[in-house]
Design a protein around this ligand. Structure first.
Ligand code: NAP
Length: 375
């Protein structure tokens, strides 16, 4: 590192001419030299003083890996994921990549799938709790969250456990956590605002919204929540701290509307063509991004965000208003055409009257009704 010498370098003998000579005060400012880097005299009884081979002499062969292991151990968390569906598995990939210990529980049997994520599957929720995870992460459908939460044997968990949710609505799980979780548990409500499709290549720059709803103020709890948040920060997410209520207001206007348009277009049946415009490609991508999500998820966005109904009504009104604009213009064109035809008809009738020797001039409509009567 600092000095790398492939030759014996004595502390007392003057440095070789090609090395700078340090004043004693500078020498004293060096950190103590680990004894492992000082070589023993070559022969017993030799008067040669111990000499340094190199200041960055090799440490025991597994020294770095041991340091790395200790560092990982100090930052790694035991995370229990409840709900190992589409999104739970998507998150597990990143947790496992960052060397966290994973336990998984879900309604369906994922015992064969879990090892692919370096996770241990527990079909029994009691077994999962007895593994004493640091973090319990809820990734079940919005609709099933309450019943699932009620089924957790909290008494089997550590007294200080951090509960995290990743539901796409926020006020609802926050209220459930506050209602059902023991007071000693910490609560972090989060929403990674991306999914297996939009975040499949990278999470860089993608928003991660979180609200530290209830975090105990001792150092260990504060550090635990930061280590959890750090998982997303390390992946490059844009970390956004925001209250659950504020999140739901923004999300209804953006996420719910996006999902609705995606579903409307899917039902409408958009298909790729050889002359796709950029705009149309955007629509196709929108459908692709939203159609992979379950209807439960979409329904949850509607049912459990009190702002969604208003947004749906606004969308409906906007659609009606666009239709009115279009039909309004169409009517004008139609009227104009009718008016022009009437004018032409007037001109035709006047000519006819002149040709007939100037008979009484009849109103076109009267003439028309006469013709109709005659037919
Ligand atoms: P989802 O349809 O919202 O949820 C599927 C998960 O819920 C599965 O783990 C499923 O368990 C579980 N589940 C469903 N009904 C259940 C019931 N009656 N009892 C117990 N468990 C039940 O799809 P998802 O995409 O995986 O989303 C999971 C959560 O992540 C949701 O809360 C969603 O809002 C949130 N989220 C999703 C995305 C996304 O892009 N997909 C993004 C951000 C946040 P089994 O698999 O065992 O059947």
């Amino acid at each position: 590192m600092f000095l790398s010498a492939p030759y014996p370098l004595s502390l007392t003998s003057p440095p070789p001419p090609f090395l700078p000579s340090f004043s004693p005060s500078i020498r004293r400012s060096f950190p103590p030299i680990p004894s492992s880097t000082i070589t023993k005299p070559l022969c017993p009884g030799s008067s040669r003083l111990p000499s340094i081979r190199a200041l960055d002499a090799a440490q025991p062969f597994d020294y770095e890996s041991r340091l790395r292991y200790q560092h990982l151990k100090s930052t790694s968390l035991k995370i229990a994921i409840i709900g190992f569906g589409n999104f739970g598995r998507f998150l597990a990939k990143a947790f496992s990549r960052q060397n966290h210990t994973l336990f998984v529980h879900s309604r369906s049997d994922y015992s064969r799938v879990a090892p692919q994520f370096n996770a241990q599957f527990c079909s029994d929720i009691d077994d999962l709790c007895e593994l004493h995870p640091d973090v319990v992460l809820i990734s079940t459908s919005i609709l099933s969250t309450e019943s699932m939460l009620k089924s957790i044997p909290f008494q089997r968990l550590k007294r200080s456990t951090l509960f995290v949710d990743v539901l796409s609505v926020k006020e609802f799980p926050m209220n459930l956590f506050l209602k059902y979780l023991p007071e000693e548990f910490d609560i972090l409500c989060t929403h990674p605002m991306f999914g297996p499709e939009s975040g499949k290549n990278s999470w860089v720059g993608l928003p991660f919204v979180y609200d530290k709803v209830r975090i105990g103020d001792d150092e260990e709890r504060l550090s635990r929540v930061e280590r959890f948040l750090d998982i997303f920060a390390k992946e490059g997410c844009r970390m956004v701290e925001m209250s659950c209520i504020e999140h739901d207001k923004y999300a209804a206007g953006s996420q719910f509307v996006t999902h609705t348009m995606g579903r409307v277009l899917e039902r409408f049946g958009v298909e790729s063509s050889p002359i796709n415009t950029k705009g149309y490609e955007t629509l196709l991508n929108l459908v692709k991004n939203t159609k992979e999500d379950s209807f439960d998820l979409y329904y949850g966005l509607f049912m459990y965000n009190q702002n969604s109904l208003e947004q749906l009504e606004r969308l409906d009104m906007a659609f009606e208003s666009i239709k009115k604009d279009l039909f309004g213009r169409l009517l004008q064109v139609y009227r104009k055409q009718l008016f022009l035809n009437a004018k032409e008809e007037d001109r035709f009738l006047s000519t006819m009257k002149l040709l007939r020797g100037g008979d009484d001039v009849l109103e076109p409509s009267d003439e028309k009704s006469k013709r109709l009567e005659g037919s």
